[in-house]
Design a protein around this ligand. Structure first.
Ligand code: 2RA
Length: 331
């Protein structure tokens, strides 16, 4: 099988290669194709002890990979995903380009991979902050029916990209450099992730609203979000308040989450045990804690959800989709 990683030199691309190696997805019989923009063509990259020369998009299409894992931005995906699909490649795309397209599937494997068929040639990977939230919500929605979600996010600057990470490093080092944000980030919390839409919400906040409904296949779920950028690199954290149609037992909620694939409950106040991005970084699970009833209204739960946004929020979820496709003979 030929597997292309499109955007191999980017932050998510590099994590995809790490995760591909960890999960031994690329076997000795497979051929890995590393794809990047024209300025990177010919550069060398190492993967599992072998050296690869980066190729351009047109060359990669001609090589007709069975699978192409994209993390190259929306414009590149809009232009090139259809070209790969036209030669029979199944694309799993990390950009927002295809997520809300009604003809495209938006997949978190633990929730809705069973929707996938051989006909799905462009599959959308949800936004990082959405993935970690819906993985915690899905089993609770099934049991108690989610009516409304209020989520506040505390997002790692890695979500913005390398320029933001460099700005944070420069600020800590006290040196000037390129600014990804117009404000200082290292002593700050910026209530803006991505650009604002006409309704006063950011694209990031509206992704949480729209993608949640699509993934849980329930347009009746009300979601409102505030997405905040904070000066950490390990992962995204979310304070989630969720109102259900039915009452719940907190110990049952805990056991449902503890038995949910891809979720780890960290919730022992006596031991000061709760999820934190510092400890989620480099891991593929979604960590849930601070489970407690909202005492201000019935049938409502508060929880704290943390995940490495570059792994389960992007690279790992993408590769899990690819694993599902191969395991179910869909490619
Ligand atoms: C962010 N979720 O964190 C967005 C993009 N990865 O900025």
């Amino acid at each position: 099988m030929k597997i292309a990683v499109v955007g191999a030199t980017g932050m998510v691309g590099e994590v995809m290669l790490q995760v591909l190696a960890e999960r031994n997805f690329v076997t000795a019989k497979d051929e890995l194709i590393l794809v990047a923009s024209e300025r990177s063509v010919g550069k060398q990259m190492e993967f599992q002890g072998k050296t690869y020369s980066i190729v351009g998009l047109a060359t990669a299409v001609e090589m007709k990979p069975e699978i192409a894992l994209f993390s190259a931005g929306g414009d590149t995906s809009l232009e090139w995903a259809p070209k790969f699909a036209a030669v029979g490649t199944t694309v799993v795309d990390n950009s927002s380009a295809w997520r809300m397209d009604p003809s495209k599937k938006l997949i978190v494997p633990e929730i809705n991979a069973d929707q996938l068929t051989k006909e799905d040639k462009i599959i959308a990977n949800p936004n990082c902050s959405t993935i970690q939230m819906v993985l915690a919500l899905a089993p609770l929605h099934k049991k108690y029916n989610v009516k409304r979600v209020i989520v506040s996010t505390y997002q790692s600057i890695t979500g913005t990209g390398v320029k933001a990470v460099k700005q944070l490093e420069n600020e800590y080092a006290g040196v000037d450099g390129d600014m990804a944000y117009k404000y200082q980030i290292h002593r700050n919390a910026i209530p803006q992730c991505d650009v604002f839409e006409d309704n006063g919400y950011t694209k990031e906040e509206m992704k949480l609203v729209r993608e949640t409904k699509k993934i849980l296949s329930d347009n009746s779920i009300a979601v409102t979000a505030t997405a905040v950028r904070v000066p950490i690199v390990g992962g995204h954290s979310e304070a989630i308040n969720v109102e259900f149609s039915h009452d719940f037992d907190i110990s049952e909620v805990r056991s449902i989450l503890e038995s949910t694939e891809g979720v780890i409950v960290q919730d022992n106040l006596k031991e000061f045990e709760y999820p934190m991005p510092l400890f989620a970084q480099g891991k593929n699970e979604v960590f849930v804690g601070r489970l407690r009833r909202d005492e201000s209204q019935p049938n409502t739960l508060n929880m704290w959800v943390v995940a490495d946004n570059l792994r389960k929020g992007a690279a790992t979820n993408t590769i899990q989709i690819a694993e599902y496709l191969v395991a179910n003979n869909l490619v």
